[in-house]
Design a protein. Structure first.
Length: 586
């Protein structure tokens, strides 16, 4: 059995080894995420056992859409607004009571109060309907083990060789469950935990504590098939948990990759040219034959940053507090992407984010397109409101068409994920006739143009300069396409070239000692020195972000720093310095 934390890791595992050992991916083996394992082997079987006549849905969106403020709780929650979201959404039904999964103290102490009883009843009703959150699955899994301890023996009998990837990203409840199943009191079980503690940034900004506890015997994997020698030497200094890294990535002919990591220095007037400079560097290396051209490698180019956007209350014109959006003003966060409206159904397919082939993000775009059809047709719920994703699912489920809907949705998503958007467009246009008939046999009417309008490429890429095209979070310049995103968005992925744009994060100290950027907090590491054990909390967070960001590329690593924070003495000979963007004295 192979378990990992993310679908991205599972997809990479399948891509790399499925052709060599197809039997690994079929019964009785299992290769999947920790969530899918818990759902399939613990949560769903136990729920079916105690609720044999109920269906089960494990989905956070559906789960939270069922929440509301019970009448008996409204007065209290109105008086304590600061607790409302926490009490309603964070609370879980654990062993018949309201609790927090992380073990922290639940604020409602009086279990006899009307507020407690009302919220408890709401949670119980949702559970009885078979609608669970992802965290609920772990709660049911633990209840299963307590009620029927022999389920552990059954799972161990089936899975005797367990490999857990991305162990550093497991939350406490995930870690404990795996230990209970495969480590405590085990015999004849091979339980291998694999991961890199320096990469633990999955939840929150960057985990400063580590759930993963080492065994008495550990084996360090020092060789990296992703990093070349030059990048490995740089990355090694940023390891919060010291490790020697041996870069083993080489050119296809077996020769060493000999590209020095590059420091790109810019000023206020040239910050929006940094990604262009990165593109030019890539193009030059391609022409020299030092960097494989796009058709010769499987990995993209990325520009990444820790912090992406300005909050509403902040001064976006403050050049002393740069974030990703200052380098790429057209940057649109995932949250905003899901709320954007387009003029045609085709647009909703064109602007799907495909770099991670995430079926969930693709389906969200399709949902948005279908919901716009309903708005154009002025179709509302029985409450007189426009449909949301959750209301739409409930409506389709109520008329017995949910399986048909899901099958069509999956087909369209799969076509898009495979890059067959033209086929996906034909399929979704065909399906809209069926979809509209769910609401009125005479539809579509007012949405016909929206459904059938074709979008010219010039409308998708509206820039006048044909040598430079920009779409959502992608900058294309002279044939080089650079994906723009956060460090979190690329975790676990491999790039051919990566540009790390340092960004403002909090403020430590005052005056000349003030530190807000990676180059300020991690001066010694950029010099190639190991991390000081006395490094403060924000320094520890910064080094984890840099470690993850710097360890993405196989060939080229670039780091962008403002001229006011640049001092050549702060960077070791491992770096090449490019100051061509320093044009002003401001």
């Amino acid at each position: 059995m192979v378990i990992s934390h993310t679908n991205a890791a599972i997809n990479e595992i399948k891509a790399r080894i499925s052709s060599h050992c197809k039997h690994l991916f079929g019964y009785p083996n299992f290769v999947g995420t920790i969530q899918s394992f818990v759902d399939e082997f613990l949560a769903i079987p136990y729920f079916k056992k105690i609720n044999p006549n109920s269906d089960i849905i494990i989905d956070n969106d559906r789960y939270y859409s069922k929440h509301f403020i019970p009448r008996d709780a409204q007065a209290y929650l109105k008086k304590h607004l600061y607790q409302k979201d926490e009490i309603i959404y964070k609370s879980k039904l654990i062993e018949g009571n309201l609790s927090y999964l992380d073990g922290s103290s639940f604020p409602l102490k009086d279990k006899t109060s009307s507020t407690y009883k009302a919220i408890l009843a709401m949670k119980q009703k949702i559970r009885k309907e078979g609608i669970l959150s992802f965290e609920d699955a772990y709660i049911l899994a633990n209840e299963y083990i307590l009620a029927l301890p022999n389920v552990i023996d059954l799972i161990r009998a089936r899975f005797q060789n367990i490999f857990v990837d991305e162990m550093q990203d497991m939350d406490t409840h995930q870690y404990k469950l795996l230990e209970d199943l495969f480590f405590e009191n085990t015999a004849n079980i091979n339980y291998q935990r694999i991961g890199d503690k320096n990469q633990a940034i999955f939840n929150g900004d960057a985990k400063d504590s580590m759930v993963w506890v080492d065994r008495e015997k550990i084996r360090k994997l020092n060789g990296s098939h992703r990093l070349n020698q030059n990048i490995a030497k740089v990355v090694e200094a940023f390891a919060l948990y010291p490790i020697q890294i041996r870069g083993e990535c080489v050119n296809t002919d077996g020769s060493l990759i000999d590209i020095k990591p590059i420091i790109i220095v810019y000023d206020n007037s040239t910050k929006t040219n940094v990604i262009h400079k990165f593109s030019q560097r890539i193009k030059k290396l391609e022409n020299l034959g030092a960097l494989p051209k796009p058709k010769e490698h499987d990995y993209p180019y990325h520009a990444i940053s820790w912090n992406k956007e300005w909050k509403k209350e902040e001064n976006a014109n403050d050049n002393s507090k740069l974030r990703l959006i200052d380098f790429f003003p057209k940057f649109t966060s995932k949250k905003l992407l899901s709320t954007l409206e387009y003029d045609s159904l085709e647009d909703y397919l064109l602007f799907c984010k495909l770099e991670d082939k995430n079926m969930r993000s693709i389906s969200d775009n399709i949902y948005a397109g279908l919901l716009k059809i309903l708005r154009l047709e002025k179709i509302k719920t029985i409450e007189g409101k426009y449909y949301t994703k959750h209301a739409l699912i409930e409506k389709i489920d109520s008329i017995g068409k949910i399986e048909e809907f899901r099958e069509s949705l999956f087909t369209i998503c799969l076509l898009i994920a495979k890059g067959r958007k033209s086929d996906a467009l034909l399929e979704i246009r065909r399906y809209t006739l069926i979809f509209c008939a769910y609401f009125d046999e005479s539809l579509p009417k007012d949405s016909v143009d929206f459904i059938n309008t074709s979008v010219a490429k010039s409308e998708v890429y509206p820039n006048a300069n044909s040598s430079e095209q920009s779409s959502l979070n992608v900058l294309e310049f002279d044939g080089i396409k650079v994906n723009i995103g956060t460090v979190h968005s690329v975790k676990g992925r491999t790039h051919t070239a990566t540009l790390y744009l340092e960004s403002y994060f909090q403020l430590d100290g005052k005056g000349l000692n003030a530190k807000s950027y990676e180059s300020q907090r991690l001066v010694e590491q950029f010099k190639g020195n190991k991390i000081d054990s006395n490094l403060k909390k924000r320094g520890r967070q910064s080094t984890k972000m840099v470690y993850v960001g710097f360890s993405r590329p196989t060939h080229l690593l670039c780091f962008a720093v403002h001229k006011d924070r640049f001092d050549k003495e702060n960077f070791s000979d491992l770096w090449e310095i490019d100051q061509s963007l320093v044009l002003t004295s401001s």
